[in-house]
Design a protein around this ligand. Structure first.
Ligand code: ASP
Length: 585
């Protein structure tokens, strides 16, 4: 038996008992006549003691040789500590060691296995197994486990059935590139890894399963913008015989359950916002509603003077920055430079200070008088002491820029509190989205999303106006879930695919199986998928999903520990009928 107890459970109650413990040497302090060793495992740390008076000489020597991260097993007696440590659960006791066995030695680890480590991100990822020994990483993984267990229990209690769907499939368009897997047995053919189990979960509904869920890996070959992973985990769900309202209620229930179970927070009914309003008021389809700073449209009160920048703009919008008048000129310049960076792309920013005496001081005083500026304040809801920031330009662009500015300022002002949770349903998304580059429409959610009743006809005349039965669940400015009520008849699905630019043959080749299924009594159905990685990070009050993934990939999609991806050897390539053609360097 390797251990009678873990390193986190012994207390004064155990004094006098003989115990056997196993674990890693966190650190050893050698005073010559006495050696203390902190023995660590997942459950905690227990202090071991060897001393000249009570420990045989040989064992004393053995203790002095124990290095950091050695794996050892000891047997000894639980004794009362002379100087107790009230900050440690096991701080009242120590173990007077009678026998020590080194189970495995360790090289000196490349970084310290402490809460605050000296190891940089790359090093920690290369030796992730050592990183996982650190408390914060281990705690995050256990936290994730708790969230996924709470999800499983809740959904199972609601009658959902956990069904696995295949990973080797045919491409399902969810807006990203596929990862593909060559098939050895089917020469020249490829599987695609699922961007999501979308079509399979719909087929499970055709199969009559009624309520499906799966905590499942999805794969999307996207450029890894901040904090994305090429493989990520979804809580994927589908229900039959439901309308949008049923789905919203069910998954609001799940989210409320998680917030209560995991964070101890009770939240009432989630607010709902139309997509159009989210864009109008926040410039964003996933607004963080923990703070105000809604956009005010200022066209009327800014386009009546001689200021060409505003006069030529499609949209002039402002936000009130609470207490923003305290910003110095220099700080405002920094802000302006921030929004002029290519990532945000604004050409500049106009501002107006709301002074304590009720007057205003703007960067365009030449053009606008106090009455005008008072209207800007009114239009943005600015109060004395606030700063009104104004941007102008083409509607979509200026909204996106203002949204970025709003979030940046809110972070700076500490308005995005990690322990405050503001869920929000965003509903009534457009069905289609215009790709500015190609001029083609593509599905905003995915091609299986149904249009709002009666709007199918609009597809021909005004495709951009058609609204979908699609919804997103937003938490603190992050999209944590999204889904839709699906098309469940062949005719509508065919019309949809045609509008997305699929010829009949292409539609048949790619989605024939689904459209065939729709001809055998497909029930009305709909669903949702939550991004588990992000959800866990937010519930855990942290920013990066990587911290909650045991073996994450870096920003170039590499696993630096196993060194993947990697070239294949020629034999493997030949077997797969593959030739690698790389541009000559
Ligand atoms: N498959 C969708 C996604 O991954 C979710 C859904 O429509 O249920 O975003």
């Amino acid at each position: 038996m390797y251990r009678t107890h873990t390193n986190g459970e012994l207390s004064a109650e155990n004094i006098g008992q003989e115990v056997t413990l196993s674990g890693w040497v966190q650190k050893a302090r050698d005073k010559g006549f006495i050696v203390w060793v902190d023995l660590r495992d997942r459950y905690g740390i227990t202090q071991l003691v060897f001393d000249e008076e009570r420990t045989p000489k040989e064992m004393m020597k053995q203790a002095q040789k124990l290095g950091r991260e050695f794996v050892i097993q000891i047997t000894g007696d639980v004794i009362e500590r002379e100087s107790k440590n009230p900050n440690m659960p096991t701080g009242d006791i120590e173990i007077l060691v009678k026998k020590v066995t080194v189970l495995n030695e360790s090289l000196t680890p490349p970084f310290t296995i402490e809460n605050e480590t000296d190891g940089g991100e790359d090093l920690r990822m290369k030796y992730r197994y050592l990183d996982i020994r650190r408390n914060p990483v281990r705690e995050n993984l256990i936290f994730r486990h708790k969230v996924s267990m709470a999800v499983r229990n809740y959904l199972s209690e609601q009658g959902f059935v956990d069904v696995e769907t295949p990973y080797l499939i045919k491409s399902t368009p969810e807006g990203a590139r596929d990862f593909v897997v060559p098939s050895r047995m089917n020469e020249g053919q490829f599987y695609a890894l699922p961007q999501s189990p979308q079509t399979f979960k719909q087929l499970l509904m055709v199969g009559g399963l009624d309520k499906y869920f799966q905590i499942v890996k999805c794969f999307r070959d996207e450029d890894l913008r901040a904090d994305r992973q090429p493989e990520f985990t979804q809580i994927d769900c589908e229900m039959a015989f439901v309308e949008q309202e049923d789905i919203l209620n069910m998954f609001e229930g799940l989210t409320r359950h998680l917030l209560k179970e995991i964070n101890g927070i009770e939240i009432g009914e989630f607010p709902r916002m139309q997509y159009d309003d989210a864009m109008r008021l926040y410039g964003n389809d996933k607004p963080d509603i923990r703070f105000g700073m809604q956009f005010g449209v200022l066209n009327k009160v800014a386009q009546h003077k001689d200021f060409g920048v505003f006069n030529n703009a499609e949209l002039v919008i402002g936000i009130a920055v609470p207490g923003g008048n305290k910003y110095t000129r220099k700080e405002i310049d920094t802000l302006i430079n921030w929004i002029k960076r290519p990532q945000v792309g604004a050409l500049g920013m106009i501002y107006s200070r709301c002074n304590d005496d009720g007057s205003f001081k703007s960067s365009v005083d030449k053009f606008y008088d106090q009455d005008d500026l008072a209207k800007w304040a009114e239009g943005t809801g600015a109060k004395t002491g606030d700063l009104v920031c104004v941007l102008s330009g083409e509607t979509n662009k200026v909204r996106a820029q203002m949204s970025a500015l709003r979030m940046h300022l809110a972070s700076e002002l500490g308005l995005r509190k990690a322990d405050e949770f503001a869920p929000l349903w965003v509903v009534d998304f457009p069905l289609l989205e215009l790709d500015e580059e190609t001029g083609h429409y593509h599905a905003m959610h995915h091609p299986f999303t149904s249009p709002k009743p009666g709007q199918l006809e609009l597809l021909d005349s005004n495709p951009g106006e058609v609204k979908a039965n699609a919804y997103d669940l937003v938490l603190n400015g992050n999209e944590i879930g999204g889904g839709s009520i699906r098309i469940h008849d062949k005719k509508t699905q065919a019309i949809m695919l045609k509008h997305l630019g699929f010829s009949d043959e292409e539609a048949r080749a790619q989605f024939g199986f689904l459209m065939d299924a729709f001809e055998y009594g497909a029930p009305p159905h709909g669903g949702i998928a939550f991004g588990l990685d992000r959800l866990v990070a937010i519930l855990g009050g942290q920013e990066t999903i990587r911290d909650f993934i045991a073996f994450p990939k870096n920003n170039s999609g590499r696993d630096v520990m196993i060194d993947a991806p990697a070239p294949l050897d020629q034999a493997q390539l030949t077997e797969l009928n593959l030739a690698v053609t790389l541009p000559k360097k």
